[in-house]
Ligand binder design. Structure first.
Ligand code: GTP
Ligand code: MG
Length: 195
């Protein structure tokens, strides 16, 4: 699929603001600052598409990008950012959960995790949720440029072990900085969205 053609569609605050639930989409989830928006920009070769930031909590809405007329990439708000007021945090949590539980168009979940932190509580929760919903899962161990080869292999081993009992789960090392692993990601998404 030509991910470079992706265009911004809408920022939705909650499930009912999302586009009609009739097409096919993949969502990028993960902790705040993990590198979700950067991964989308790397995949689409468009540094301007999804807003990124050094400050965690940049993406606060459910951002939709259309690859073509029937397929979307979805950038979800980051999870676990402590400095956001509790009320806002609770709000996000509710919207995120509603999205994950109710969105029929969701064909697969990309869980973006900093390769130096495999896995934190939130990630385990998301993996569990994908397991229960039997949703295809792909883990991007990103910021791989921050580790030496041995560290990358170790993290990858750890991640794959956590996915052992899941028939449709996979993990890869990724770096937006070095554009490492983009083809593997694109292939996995092609499989979910249909070529
Ligand atoms: P929220 O929107 O806050 O949930 O964050 P996010 O997960 O979308 O993270 P974002 O893509 O904004 O990236 C956060 C920070 O990590 C930015 O400063 C990025 O430049 C940096 N970053 C993202 N990916 C990589 C990577 O592969 N390598 C390195 N070294 N830095 C990265
Ligand atoms: Mg973001």
């Amino acid at each position: 699929m030509n991910y470079q053609a992706a265009k911004f569609v809408i920022s939705a605050a909650k499930l009912r603001d999302c586009p009609p639930d009739s097409l096919s989409e993949v969502a990028f989830a993960g902790r705040s600052n993990a590198g979700k928006s950067s991964a989308i920009n790397t995949l689409t070769r468009n540094g301007q598409l999804a807003r990124t930031s050094k400050t965690p909590g940049r993406t606060q809405l459910i951002n939709y990008f259309a690859v073509d007329e029937s397929r979307y990439l979805v950038d979800l708000p980051g999870y676990g950012y402590a400095k956001v007021p509790l009320s806002v945090k609770n709000d996000w949590q509710v919207h995120l959960e509603q999205y994950l539980n109710k969105r029929d168009a969701l064909s697969g979940l990309v869980l973006v995790t900093d390769i130096r932190h495999v896995f934190k509580d939130f990630d385990l929760m998301m993996i569990d949720w994908a397991r229960k919903r039997q949703l295809p899962l792909h883990i991007l161990l990103t910021k791989a440029d921050k580790l030496k080869r041995g560290g990358v292999q170790e993290a990858l081993g750890k991640a794959r072990q956590a996915l052992e009992d899941m028939p449709d789960a996979s993990a890869q090392a990724f770096s937006s900085l070095k554009r490492h692993g983009v083809d593997i990601l694109a292939q996995r998404l092609d499989g979910w969205l249909g070529e």
